[in-house]
Design a protein around this ligand. Structure first.
Ligand SMILES: [Mn+2]
Length: 270
């Protein structure tokens, strides 16, 4: 069967402004114009070519963006320039691309959930999509976005449904885009970015458990996420798939075919 006969859906991991890596990966995937490409966040930040990466993604038909913590920082960093129209026309369009992106996407055909970092234990699929859309509505609206960039930082570390205002927005953002581990009291540990096998606090008393080990059954067949390069793609679970290969740190940029699980990988030359 010729490529192009079947529509494929590729999920692409953390690019971090590495245009060379994205170009190499797209050459290797060689998607048809009917194929769908979803990016699980951290398109920008750390690497050299933020705007060019966004410009390239903007040119891809059927591209879909899920936001990471660095993408949100990028919206904050360039907010004033956007409002004051100090960005070029192309940059304005790239900024708007991120402004209209998602925090979580569910694909019905494969029952796959895409997020940058993770989802809170106990959340239903309906809650996940509804909480994501609460934040998406803030980002899309210039006045609400101004409020968000002015109230950007906060380590709300535990989900409570009764949270309101910016604390609620930040908590939802922290879960979808910053979470890696939860401690014994079910609080997110934002300071820990290392591998799974050394996750004890310094006094050895407080276990840090990857969020996806907190419960056995999640509300969809598979969850694909990025954000955690030190996992090296190993979650120990077939239903929880990490595709952050740490390209910007000299690792690899990873895409996965959502239907077949085939991985397409390019290694950093750096
Ligand atoms: Mn991240």
């Amino acid at each position: 069967m010729e490529k192009g006969d079947v529509l494929s859906h590729y999920i692409i991991g953390d690019i971090h402004g590495c245009l060379d890596g994205l170009n190499a990966l797209l050459n290797k995937i060689a998607p048809s114009s009917a194929d769908k490409l979803s990016f699980v966040g951290d398109l920008v930040g750390k690497g050299p070519d933020d705007w060019n990466v966004l410009e390239l993604i903007r040119s891809i038909p059927n591209a879909q963006i899920i936001l990471g913590n660095w993408d949100l920082s990028f919206l904050k960093q360039h907010y004033a320039a956007m409002i004051e129209q100090r960005l070029s026309e192309e940059q304005m369009l790239c900024y708007a691309l991120l402004q209209h992106a998602s925090l979580a996407k569910w694909h019905v055909q494969t029952d796959t959930l895409l997020v940058h970092a993770g989802i809170w234990p106990g959340w239903s699929l309906r809650e996940i999509l509804s909480l994501a859309s609460e934040v998406e509505a803030v980002l899309k609206d210039h006045d609400l976005l101004q409020g968000y960039v002015q109230n950007f930082s906060g380590n709300e570390d535990q989900w409570r449904a009764e949270l309101t205002g910016w604390k609620r927005v930040r908590c939802i953002v922290n879960i979808f885009t910053r979470m890696r581990t939860l401690d014994d009291k079910m609080r997110m540990c934002f300071d820990y970015t290392g591998p799974v096998n050394s996750q004890l606090s310094t006094d050895g008393t407080n276990r840090r458990t990857p969020w996806y080990q907190w419960q056995e059954h999640w509300p969809c067949k598979q969850i694909i996420f990025g954000h955690w390069a030190m996992l090296k793609g190993e979650t120990g679970r077939h239903d929880i798939i990490n595709i952050d290969g740490g390209y910007v740190y000299g690792g690899s940029l990873i895409a996965i075919n959502c239907e077949t699980q085939e991985r397409i990988v390019v290694k950093s030359q750096g």
